[in-house]
Design a protein around this ligand. Structure first.
Ligand code: XMP
Length: 320
């Protein structure tokens, strides 16, 4: 049972100090590696690791081909400004290959986990000689995995998987006692810009968590373009998270006076504090109409746009 820590103004510096010391002690004279996705969790881990180890931390951004528009360059740009070097590793073909033909949600997640930790990361860690991987697992990831709701890509120990035996390296998880709100506070205190510590959550399996059915290059492009429209329009809402889902079913639509058996995008926008429960944000109908019009205009093949109005539970934030 992992004990939750609630960060407040009075214990936040102590928390950061302790985690930095833990990392120093665990890595000792060696080196560590961490994967930055640009989400708040991995961004905070990068700052803690950088503080503890400086140049002895190697930070890589694995471009799995499932990220949002311009994301790898944008994220490495933010960290460049903070004095942290980020290496972008192109692993797009490997991920796409691993996802080919898979439609089951858990199998999809498993394929991404294996490709990331065993193939791509296993190779990078082996080459680098690092013995420790720093990772941004948080308490909600553990809870949902243990409860069997969703297999989070970054949870092993609680499932009885020993990373040392399975992948050949140790994993250190400095944020495991925090929930999202605590991670954001730690991010602000570590000096992350607001664009990073207040970034909406984005799942480890990235856009694959938003594609129902097979993940193909074309389908990633579709959900990526829809995501760009949704994020652009909802950026100024105070919502916890907003996203687009690409459905597998096609529906009859019409375009240029002809029948178009097209695709469906579902918009989701959530109010939540810690992602454990969530309610759909009461967006105005004008906002929804605007997003729908832009999706139809900018995303080829889409003829239907819907808005999710179910709460979590029983829904979940992502669709896969
Ligand atoms: P769900 O979809 O389970 O999502 O309601 C809860 C929160 O977690 C994010 N999420 C993930 N984060 N790895 C992560 O680091 C994952 O595999 C993963 N799956 C979902 C999701 O975006 C939401 O904020």
């Amino acid at each position: 049972m992992i004990e939750e820590i609630k960060l407040t103004e009075s214990n936040i510096e102590k928390f950061i100090h302790e985690k930095v010391e833990d990392i120093k002690k665990a890595v000792s004279e060696g080196t560590a590696i961490n994967a930055l996705s640009g989400g708040v969790d991995s961004s905070v881990v990068t700052m803690l690791g950088h503080r503890a180890l400086g140049q002895r931390l190697r930070t890589v951004f694995v471009d799995n081909g499932l990220m949002r528009e311009g994301e790898p360059e944008q994220v490495s740009g933010y960290f460049h400004k903070l004095g942290v070097k980020v290496e972008i590793i192109n692993a797009r073909e490997e991920f796409l290959g691993a996802l080919k033909g898979i439609t089951d949600p858990e199998e999809k997640r498993e394929a991404i986990t294996q490709t990331f930790y065993k193939k791509v990361f296993g190779r990078i860690v082996k080459e680098s000689g690092a013995k420790i991987l720093l990772q941004g697992t948080i308490l909600t990831d553990v809870d949902e995995t243990v409860a069997g709701i969703k297999r989070q890509h970054n949870v092993f120990e609680q499932l009885g998987i020993d990373p040392q035996a399975a992948f050949g390296y140790r994993i250190l998880e400095p944020l495991i006692q925090l929930r999202k709100d605590g991670v954001r506070k730690a991010g602000r205190a570590c000096g992350l810009p607001e664009a990073l510590f207040d970034r909406i959550p984005f799942p480890g399996p990235a856009l694959a968590a938003r594609i129902i059915g097979e993940v193909t290059y074309e389908r990633i492009e579709t959900v990526r373009k829809a995501t760009a429209v949704i994020e652009r329009n909802l950026r100024n809402t105070k919502a916890f998270q907003y996203l687009g889902i690409l459905h597998e079913d096609r529906v009859t639509g019409m375009r240029d006076g002809k029948r178009d058996f097209g695709q469906q995008i579902e918009i989701r926008c959530w109010d939540s504090v810690d992602a454990r429960t969530a309610r759909p944000t009461r967006l105005s109908f004008e906002t929804l109409e605007q997003i729908a019009a832009e999706i139809i205009r900018d995303v080829p093949g889409v003829v239907s746009v819907t808005y999710n109005i179910a709460t979590k539970p029983p829904s979940t934030i992502e669709a896969v």
